[in-house]
Design a protein around this ligand. Structure first.
Ligand code: AMP
Length: 283
């Protein structure tokens, strides 16, 4: 038995949240796909600081996986997740079945037409429509005062901010900093796919970004620094670099060429065996 209060339907979710709201509670939502780690739990703790009641949703969203991706082997452990959430101070787990999110005949897609063809969108063209649709749905189902997302998925965070602004959704979006292993590797549910050898190589992505941030802050030209980091990631044993890009932090518009003189975000994705790893750092 999970140790956390769990609901599985919109009806029971709204009933419980309505009762809390009637008592004046401010409500936070933390959307996740489960297989929780300390990165997710840090978002729950952040949510706690901004709300009276914290709801975590657990839904492995088929719409954000492409046909060639890892939906069926995505790690799942609802009981373990429930225990971690209870210990982190989450009040309610919302774990809907597929048809609670996508009932028969579901025909609506939320498309955020920003950053098209850029970074994650270039590699996974349907991905952000899947994310925006499910996040819109979860926000409308729960109507939280605050929703919390991780900077780990930095481009996703910008897509969600855009959607919330464009649709006048009455929710504050909060961002949690990336939680990392001691060796710098950003925590991710997908790290479980790495073989022991790949796990040794994986922190090289963070180290290359770290080196690039130092170089950019010292006045290095964007293109040269990105090229250098690209080579370092491959030299460390990664199989491919999908992208490494220096962008404006909000909206992720392009920066450069040459030396940059404003705050930026350095974002990268690289492949290690069958696993894609994402990371990003502030410049
Ligand atoms: P996921 O379950 O992978 O969809 O992630 C759910 C939320 O947790 C998203 O907002 C992610 O950005 C966030 N998240 C995932 N990994 C981390 C991490 N290492 N640090 C902070 N937030 C994270």
């Amino acid at each position: 038995m999970p140790t956390i209060f769990t609901v599985r339907t919109v009806k029971t979710l709204r009933h419980q949240l309505g009762a809390w709201r009637d008592h004046g509670a401010r409500i936070a939502l933390v959307p996740t796909m489960g297989a929780l780690h300390d990165g997710h739990l840090s978002l729950v703790r952040l949510a706690r600081n901004h709300a009276d009641k914290v709801v975590t949703s657990l839904f492995v969203n088929p719409a954000q996986f492409s046909p060639t991706e890892d939906l069926s082997r995505y790690p799942r452990d609802e009981a373990g997740d429930g225990d971690l959430l209870a210990a982190a101070g989450c009040d309610l787990l919302y774990a809907p079945a597929g048809d609670e999110i996508y009932p028969n005949g579901f025909a609506t897609v939320v498309n955020v037409n920003e950053q098209l063809g850029s970074m994650e969108d270039a590699i996974r063209p349907e991905h952000f429509a899947g994310v925006a649709t499910v996040v819109a749905k979860l926000l409308i189902q729960a109507m939280p005062d605050v929703a919390v997302f991780g900077e780990k998925d930095y481009q996703q965070l910008q897509v969600i901010r855009r959607m919330v602004a464009d649709l006048d959704l009455a929710v504050d979006i909060l961002a949690g900093a990336i939680v990392r292993n001691r060796d710098g590797l950003a925590l991710s549910s997908r790290n479980a796919y790495l073989s022991p050898e790949e796990r040794q190589v994986a922190p090289a992505l963070f180290k290359a970004l770290q080196g690039a941030v130092v170089a950019l802050n010292a006045g290095g030209a964007v293109e040269a620094v990105e090229r250098q980091a690209h080579s370092a990631i491959l030299a460390a044993g990664f199989d491919a670099v999908d992208y490494i890009e220096t962008r404006r932090p909000a909206g992720l518009t392009r920066l450069g060429p040459g030396v940059i003189a404003e705050p930026a975000r350095l974002l990268a994705a690289a492949r290690l065996g069958k696993t894609r790893l994402l990371d990003n750092l502030a410049v």
